[in-house]
Design a protein around this ligand. Structure first.
Ligand code: HEM
Length: 638
């Protein structure tokens, strides 16, 4: 932090501010809508994130870390190094930190950030419909290329109160509440400075060259574009008079002065103090500190809740210490998913935090699953519809898993609680759970999560055997455990997309499935009654047998019929087969036929049932165990 390098001189002899900005821009790209973004993967090193205006000059910060990366080689990932650098910077300047969760895995390129934009992929998946500067969910930021909001104000207009809604909405889209938002902005801006030394500094904008993306043009001589001549955002100045020390001065400054907007040396609107609040005469204007605020900082004075926390933090350093240390840890860690992904030990690794939704430990001794399987088969036999019911329950329980941030999955069986049980897509599943109640009661050490997955797995296996045309060998890995509530899972609610083809491709990607796996899963058992319960007119299977036997009939029906768009009585968009008004498909089914990358697999499965069943077994096992990356504790897969 304090060993100056000629390549990029440090402000006030300390790299702390720069390293905090590096880490926060790496982690702050996270959005809760689809779990994309965040520093796990360290994609800030690649396009498109590398070229975001907000990431100007962060190549210099990463360059300063290269010797450390080289010293530890593959044992240290860029993701961990960047977060550790930011966290160490905070600690080195005297602020409290909660700790560090290691375990980020580096991506080999920036592909997984294409949907963050600005790219055609982002425009398809997460368009900015209200216009750049006012982007809403699904995007995490209001302005393309920035992390959260435009510092100069909404659409570049320096009107602080107009920034409030964008700050609240964009921080909210990343899972931060008002107290966390105020603590992060004011805690972060306790440190460092903004850089905008001259009006023609050539900061943000298109990359000039990959090896030297932002050649600074302010000043001249050996320090051209560097040190005091740095141009990054185009604003100039620091928020406090002691920017390398941890204080709550930021909040005291906001409240303690009258501020006026002016154009800084970089040509952007920013704010400077004009008088001391509460002072009169010459004392009000004498020796005003050389400090600044951004319009986005000034916005904290314009909202009652933000003002409340600004006042609290200005008077109570302890309150700020607690709020900032926790919010920073959350900012750095929430894209990592459950606590089990954090490597390291106490005291550096803190205990599980509320946002990590820690599950209770599984029972020390798991039940014998063989008799449970037999009991499930008995329930299956009671009604031909039960096979489709059990597979749907397990699928709905597990398909919330997101490979993007390791959230969701059936472990915890949170599908039993609000908000998940109330989602329209889960309608009727409470009744399916009731069918399993007697089995659950019989085995005290059996978790709901294991029972749900085992029931779906057993049903699928049985239905394939009943079809008589092939079989699937499905392994079951027990060891799941049950959560006490559904808290924190609202972000997993099924996403809505501009059309079914985009939804098909993106849902598969977010779940970590290949198109081939996603298509196989679409051919899973489906009952007409359940489809009707969801508001559709029916399903693709015309006979009861078709609904309780697992083979490749779905693909034959899908490919051999012409599907015409219609609407069910309940108002659901659906497709009915031309010439066979009893057969219905959902938009997601027809999207398979219409998307070349998916249709090819459907064609292959329609021709070869054995191949389909094998693919289905693989994809099913993958989805059911996707959230078991922590390893099945003491468990044997049978
Ligand atoms: C610097 C904007 C939130 C930490 C900056 C700069 C801008 C900015 C424009 C100047 C960059 C430069 O020219 O070098 C914003 C806005 C925010 C926000 C609009 C949200 C509304 C945060 C948060 C943190 C943070 C949440 C960390 C918790 C920093 C630090 C610097 C900085 C440490 C100084 C960098 C240096 O010294 O080189 N911010 N920021 N900011 N920001 Fe923020």
């Amino acid at each position: 932090m304090v060993t100056e390098q000629a390549s990029w001189p440090a402000d006030l002899g300390h790299y702390g501010g720069l390293m905090i900005r590096l880490a926060w821009h790496c982690a702050g790209s996270y959005r809760s809508w689809d779990g994309r973004g965040g520093c796990d993967g360290a994609r800030q090193r690649f396009l498109p994130e590398m070229a975001w205006d907000d990431n100007t000059n962060l190549d210099k910060a990463r360059e300063l870390l290269v010797p450390i990366k080289e010293k530890y080689g593959d044992a240290l990932t860029w993701g961990d190094l960047i977060v550790l650098a930011g966290t160490t910077a905070i600690e080195s300047m005297g602020a409290p930190v909660l700790g560090f969760c290691a375990g980020r895995i580096d991506d080999v390129d920036g592909t997984a950030s294409l949907e963050l934009g600005p790219t055609p992929e982002q425009q398809a998946v997460a368009p900015c419909t209200r216009g750049d500067g006012m982007c809403e969910q699904p995007l995490g930021q209001t302005t393309m290329g920035l992390i959260y909001v435009n510092p100069e104000g909404l659409m570049g207009n320096p009107v602080p109160k107009n920034s409030v809604a964008g700050i609240r909405s964009s921080f909210g889209r990343m899972g931060m509440n008002d107290s966390e938002t105020v603590a992060l902005i004011g805690g972060g801006h306790a440190f460092g400075k903004t850089h905008g030394a001259c009006p023609t500094g050539a900061g943000p904008g298109p990359l000039k060259s990959p090896s030297n993306p932002w050649p600074g043009t302010c000043g001249s001589g050996p320090m051209k574009g560097r040190g005091p001549n740095t141009f990054t955002s185009g604003f100039e100045g620091s928020w406090t008079t002691r920017p390398t020390e941890w204080t709550n001065q930021y909040f005291r400054n906001l409240l303690g002065f009258d501020w006026v907007k002016h154009k800084g040396p970089g040509g952007h609107w920013q704010w400077k103090p004009t008088s001391r609040k509460g002072a009169t005469g010459a004392a009000a204007t004498a020796d005003l500190p050389n400090i600044m605020m951004l319009t986005a900082d000034m916005a904290l004075l314009e909202d009652p809740e933000y003002l409340k926390y600004t006042k609290i933090f200005s008077q109570d350093l302890e309150a700020l210490n607690t709020a900032f240390s926790h919010a920073w840890y959350k900012l750095m860690t929430r894209d990592m998913g459950p606590y089990s992904r954090c490597l390291g030990k106490a005291p550096m690794l803190p205990p599980p935090q509320p946002f990590q939704l820690q599950l209770p430990a599984p029972p020390a001794k798991l039940p014998d699953f063989a008799p449970i399987r037999a009991d499930i088969v008995n329930v299956l036999k009671a009604d031909t519809e039960n096979a489709a019911k059990f597979t749907r329950l397990a699928w709905q329980c597990a398909n919330t898993f997101r490979a993007t941030d390791y959230a969701g999955g059936c472990n915890g069986a949170r599908i039993r609680f609000s908000p998940q049980k109330d989602w329209p897509s889960n309608k009727g599943l409470d009744q399916v759970l009731k069918l399993l109640d007697p089995v659950k009661k019989k085995y005290p050490s059996l978790s709901w999560a294991d029972l749900i997955v085992l029931a779906g797995t057993t049903a699928l296996q049985q239905a394939a055997a009943d079809a008589g045309s092939g079989s699937v060998d499905l392994k079951f890995c027990g060891g799941r455990t049950d959560a006490a509530d559904g808290q924190g899972t609202d972000v997993l609610e099924p996403r809505s997309y501009v059309n079914a083809s985009v939804a098909l491709a993106d849902n598969a990607k977010v779940m970590g499935l290949t198109p081939r796996e996603a298509v196989a899963l679409a051919g899973m058992l489906r009952s007409t009654a359940q489809q009707q319960g969801l508001g559709y007119s029916g399903s693709w299977a015309s006979s009861a047998a078709g609904q309780s036997r697992q083979d490749n009939s779905y693909f034959k029906v899908l490919l051999n019929n012409i599907w015409e768009p219609s609407k069910s009585a309940a108002g659901k968009e659906e497709f009915k087969a031309k010439g066979n008004p009893k057969l219905f498909m959902m938009p997601s089914d027809v999207a398979i036929k219409r998307s070349p990358a998916f249709a090819a697999h459907a064609g292959e499965y329609a021709k070869d049932n054995a191949k389909f069943l094998q693919a289905l077994a693989g994809a099913w096992t993958k989805v059911m165990n996707a959230d078991r990356f922590d390893g099945p504790a003491g468990n044997v897969c049978k």
